[in-house]
Design a protein around this ligand. Sequence first.
Ligand code: HEC
Length: 135
Amino acid sequence: MARERRIPWASSLENEAVTNDSNRGRRVLVTLAAALILALALSACGGGAPEVSNGDPVLEEGRQLYIRNCAGCHGLDGGGATGPQLSGGTASATYPNIKDQIDIVVNGREAMPAFGGKLSGQEVEAVVRYTRETL
Ligand code: HEC
């Protein structure tokens, strides 16, 4: 009988230990989940390329193309790096006619690579419009 009493006592301590352990486990999981949500939220922001404000799907596509193909040289915000600034209306001021800007992206110039073999005509137009209308 004495043993019988000791067993529930021991097992309740054990239970406590298990509960503490699983609380710790839960805390670790909550921390991991929070980190994951933060990472997703940051990646949803696209990492700094200005968002398209009017929801135009062509500009949205242009933004993705810009991040993948142009941001490395012209900066995520278009402020310029290896390549010149395109943001703040610079692109459309330099090229009042969009066709001249499209030509440079398709054919390249000096250190600016040609994208004619990589992007379709529609994609070039989308990314050029993004630099003119959103950046
Ligand atoms: C490897 C780096 C690099 C990449 C990638 C790149 N560019 Fe360029 N870009 C340049 C450089 C360098 C120049 C300047 C060329 C010159 O001196 O004539 C330039 C020039 C330009 C110009 C002319 C700017 C002006 O003021 O005359 C435009 C427009 C342009 N790039 C758009 C783009 C677009 C759109 C993309 C993505 C599809 C892109 N670039 C990708 C390096 C790059």
